[in-house]
Write a protein that binds this ligand. Sequence first.
Ligand code: C2E
Ligand code: MG
Ligand code: MG
Ligand code: MG
Length: 284
Amino acid sequence: AAKQQGRNRYSFFTASMQEAAMVKMQTAIDLRLALAAEQFKLYYQPIVELQTGRIQKAEALLRWAHPTNSLLFSPNNFISIAEDIGIIGEIGDWVFKEATRQAAEWRNRYVPHLQVSVNKSPLQFFKGRDQHSLWLEHLRALGLPGNAVVIEITEGLLLEASPEVSEILSAFRRAGLQVSLDDFGTGYSALAYLKKFDIDFLKIDRSFVSHLAPQSNDMVLCEAIIAMAHKLGMKVIAEGIETAQQRNLLLEAGCDYGQGFLFAKPLPAEEFEQLLSRQTNTIP
Ligand code: C2E
Ligand code: MG
Ligand code: MG
Ligand code: MG
């Protein structure tokens, strides 16, 4: 019986592995078609100034309206596949164009200084070396100033400290774009890179925010991150704020901006626009 059970377990294991490999292959095939089929959408999540509660920025987050597999809606379930098959560059170009088109419209109609942030995964820095010049040309064509855009990168990228990465980041900053360090505190936190690169915003990772309580270790860490960032001339954005208590503690600790379900979930463009228009109409 044990032997039989063992064999069953073995075949179950390989069957599920095979299935996973097939799902991944099918996803790769579908991904190649998704851009042309216009299945991607951007959702926008407000980033509010904690002092005033006003929306000053929005993070553009990619969504895939896959025709049959709703699990593929979330970027966590397809970005790495897009990287593996070498199409993250094209997807990133689409994200940049769509987010900046939208930013230009919203800045005209609602919030003149609105900034839109886009995520750029490390591989996007190495695939296609002149992607950044295309992006800058696109901004000029739109008539959008560089500081309408924030590029979100992660710590892992800076640790590589490659000349290409420095070059691209400098080109962005010369054009006025700002740079945000996403998920701060979850990576290697080899803090030396903070003095080598010009970074405008630190985003405290959600994992420090979700258990925030007075006098907790997470509170101490948030306070230390905020103090360090300010001394280095950076502003701080806390991710994943879900409760008023978390917001209040971060505000007291001097955190500049917040993002999270307390304010709003990532929203389709039309719904985000409603938030902006309501805010504009309530200017005192
Ligand atoms: P991220 O850049 O750290 O984005 C924040 C994630 O946290 C988003 O997940 C957002 O929906 C979620 N979030 C925001 N507030 C809360 C909250 O209060 N509670 C909880 N539980 N979650 C919250 P999302 O949209 O699923 O994106 C996941 C990741 O996928 C992003 O993490 C980013 O790394 C990546 N990603 C998204 N869009 C793009 C893109 O256009 N290009 C690239 N390369 N990566 C992207
Ligand atoms: Mg991000
Ligand atoms: Mg993040
Ligand atoms: Mg994250």
